[in-house]
Design a protein around this ligand. Sequence first.
Ligand SMILES: Nc1ncnc2c1ncn2[C@@H]1O[C@H](COP(=O)(O)OP(=O)(O)OP(=O)(O)O)[C@@H](O)[C@H]1O
Ligand SMILES: [Mg+2]
Length: 468
Amino acid sequence: MSNFTTGVAELDSLLGNALSEGTLLLIAGCLGSGKTTLASSICYWNALKGRKCLYISLQEDKDKLFRNVRNLGMDFKELEDKNLLRFIKLPLMISKESIIDTFSRILKDTITSFNPNVLVIDSITPILKVIGNDIEARATLQNTLIEFSKLINGLTVLIHEVEGGGDGLGDVGFVSDVVIFTSCKVVNNLVLRSMEIRKSRGSPTRIAKIGFAIEEGEGIRVFLPPLLKEIPAPDYTKPHKHPCKSLDRKIGSIYPGELIFILHPTLAYIDYILAYITLIAIIYRGRVLVISYIIPPQHMIYGIRRGFERITAGVSITEELLSNYVRIEGLNPSAYLPEESMYEVLKLLREYNPDLIVFIGTPPLGITSTITEADYKDLTMNIILYLKKLRIATLIIDDHDVELVKSLSDIYIKVKSTSRSKVFRVPRVLVEVVRRGEAPYTVTLKDFILCAKDVRKTLKSVKESITK
Ligand SMILES: Nc1ncnc2c1ncn2[C@@H]1O[C@H](COP(=O)(O)OP(=O)(O)OP(=O)(O)O)[C@@H](O)[C@H]1O
Ligand SMILES: [Mg+2]
């Protein structure tokens, strides 16, 4: 028989073979951290596959739980009608002497008559509270739990409420084969949930902590970081030349998987940068994904069209043509958790499969002040390395100098001045370029003007792809 599922594909793959028959799984965590939701998901998705689930509740009422899980996309009622799920609410027993006896008698009777493959006890905390520090009672409880898990020879899920970091798991944690610790904290006024795989007998896991959200109608959604052991190298066999001599001579070819960081304090020439990228995409027939944490998509579309007309001296680009080569997305940093925001990036990557990705602001949130937190640094590094591995050229344009991105970049470009020249009445652009391992040099306005001339010539030869 295959392993038991948690109902969350990513979590299943992390747990590997850990949830096999005879496993005792402990879900521990603080108040409202998602223990019941995870246990319900395990109960539901296994029952749906024909593995009967017995849900013993010492806390929640049937109606309430059924209503709540329904909102999360799990229909307990339907499975109950099909005799795949049974819910029993146990009264809170307070007598220390009778509690374990009564508990184990009711459970044994139900297990024998219903014959479940999955048993959920939500939660064992009230029982543990009643027996307190009575060593003998605790030992009896442990034995009883182990006995249940043998009796069903399936998956036994225990829920235990613990405060803070969950170091008080004690003996229950000790007898469990797998321990998942759920927690939540508030970040940027949003609830950041995470689960930690504290222990997982029989399955090696490299990732111990993952962020997740509980979504209306959807249930648990996890944000898995694409952790890599290696630092992948760009693909040096496939150089992409610039469509103009001046920039190609100075900046040099771009290789798939390279990271280019543009520090641009005012973002004043962002229209030109994006328009130039669009041109490259059209010329090479590549796909560009632009993710902005700062500028709204509509504004970028307007900017690209304007910049395009100026570079090409009058060739306009239709929105339709633009959308063939460039996908523009805006992510409002205040609406996402860092993990969630990273997840959105991964989702867009899968959907669009770009050759080049442009971030306006540094991922995962674009807000430099939050990047200083160690957690987000990990996420930023993860995204960058993952893109390298996928051999996607990455351009990060930020108005702040992000040390981490700078140190990971293959090409570091600093737009230095935005003041207008008194003589020529045009903006004075001074761009400093450093390619890793090479001496820095400066690209001037003249280089860009020469580039635009070249681009116009190149464009003529690919004119059929441009509609006037
Ligand atoms: N239908 C829903 N849609 C969105 N979020 C939900 C939904 N149902 C529950 N949640 C979120 O999940 C949180 C708690 O879930 P859950 O009941 O699984 O936690 P718990 O750890 O079992 O809590 P407790 O300690 O109270 O037993 C709720 O506080 C709520 O924020
Ligand atoms: Mg609960």
